[in-house]
Design a protein around this ligand. Structure first.
Ligand SMILES: *Cc1c(COP(=O)(O)O)cnc(C)c1O
Length: 366
């Protein structure tokens, strides 16, 4: 006798409408679509890391508190280790924040267009998402933000600065005004500084044990370690303690903790890579400004968003046909016909700019 076919279990109802997070990974020669560093980490770091891994006992669990890693991050940022929480990429930091302070019956406020993972992870954790708008220059209007925070009383308010995908850096006064509003409603302000080292100021020095502020950072961009999957945040001790109770035990592998600690010994090389990319960002922005039919937006990150007069999707495809992959935002609300190019090596940037001229000519005169 065969059992009657059972109905297949389905994901939770509120997850059915979610689309997964996808940035296409195409096999082309110039990949400028995911804001990775074009430079490999220093060879001396790789040698130190591999040697350190070989000395470890892999039949034992890693340090649960990742104490050495947290101390190293704290020392580099002149913060106590007790204010540092680390996880598998800053996305896991964001997820842990949402698991701890979001959830059913709570709200998260985002300012669109912004990093899609803030609202995506909020929804996965059953946190209601409230979307607010930015101004025409993609900055956040502090009065509007404060009003939204007062009216909607979000548990978590996200600010991405420099903002992905626009590159916009919020002025310090905007962040402090938002922090005041968040504090007044008993919420939490999360400043995502994945690109903080490319900008001219950071909210890190606003972190204080009396402020409901978390600043999130990552090894994926400035530390040239996107493949490692390591991120962290700096927050008041009581927030770090709450995150520690929620995150899975032993979530950071031995080799990851070692890499995170050892990478920080090469801060001069990191700063040199950042300086090179900032210089190239200026050059790419200048070149884009000189192209008729392109509007490029100022950026404090390692990428530039630009709008194409005409069909952005067609230009994106014409770039792919020339072996250059950028990120297509042409169908995103508020950034219609926009593409985002990651700053690469000087040679990659030249190849992008050449391909763009050709692509625009092709799309204009098919
Ligand atoms: C790239 C990026 C991150 C990094 O995520 P990881 O999980 O650390 O790789 C976080 N926030 C923003 C806004 C980003 O663009």
């Amino acid at each position: 006798m065969t059992a009657a076919p059972a109905a297949r279990i389905q994901p939770r109802d509120d997850l059915l409408e979610l689309a997964g997070y996808h940035s296409p990974q195409l096999d082309v020669s110039v990949r400028l679509n995911t804001n990775e560093s074009p430079f490999a980490p220093p060879p001396a770091f790789m040698t130190e890391w591999i040697a350190a891994i070989a000395e470890h006992d892999y039949h034992r669990y890693p340090s649960r508190s990742a104490a050495r890693l947290r101390a190293a991050i704290g020392a580099q940022l002149q913060q106590p280790a007790t204010r540092v929480f680390a996880a598998n990429g800053s996305n896991e930091v964001l997820q842990t924040i949402l698991l701890t302070y979001g959830g059913a019956g709570r709200r998260a406020l985002v300012f669109e267009p912004t990093y899609a993972l803030h609202s995506h992870i909020a929804r996965i954790t059953a946190t209601e998402v409230v979307e607010a708008d930015r101004t025409d220059d993609f900055t956040i209007d502090p009065a509007h933000a404060a009003a939204m925070i007062r009216e909607r009383t979000p548990s978590i308010t996200f600010v991405c600065s420099p903002n992905n995908p626009t590159g916009t850096v919020e002025p310090r006064a905007t962040v402090t005004a938002m922090l005041d509003a968040v504090r007044a409603v008993g919420g939490l302000l999360v400043v995502d500084e994945a690109y903080g080292d490319f900008a001219d100021w950071s909210a890190l020095d606003l972190v204080d044990d009396d402020q409901p502020l978390v600043v999130v950072r990552t090894y994926s961009k400035v530390w040239s370690l996107a493949g490692l999957r390591l991120g962290f945040c700096v927050a008041p001790e009581w927030i770090v303690a709450a995150l520690d109770t929620v995150v899975l035990p032993y979530h950071l592998s031995i080799e990851k903790q070692l890499a995170g600690e050892l990478a920080l010994g090469h801060v001069a090389e990191m700063r040199a890579r950042v300086a090179k990319l900032v210089e190239e960002r200026g050059r790419v922005l200048g070149a884009l400004d000189a192209i008729v039919g392109i509007t490029a937006f100022a950026s404090g990150a390692n990428f530039v968003l630009f709008r194409v007069a005409g069909d952005g999707r067609a230009v994106w495809q014409a770039l792919v046909d020339r072996g250059v992959l950028v990120r297509d935002f042409s169908r995103w609300p508020r950034v219609e016909d926009c593409l985002r190019v990651t700053i690469g090596t000087p040679d990659e940037n030249d190849r992008f700019l050449d391909a763009l001229q050709d692509a625009l000519a092709e799309v204009a005169t098919p």
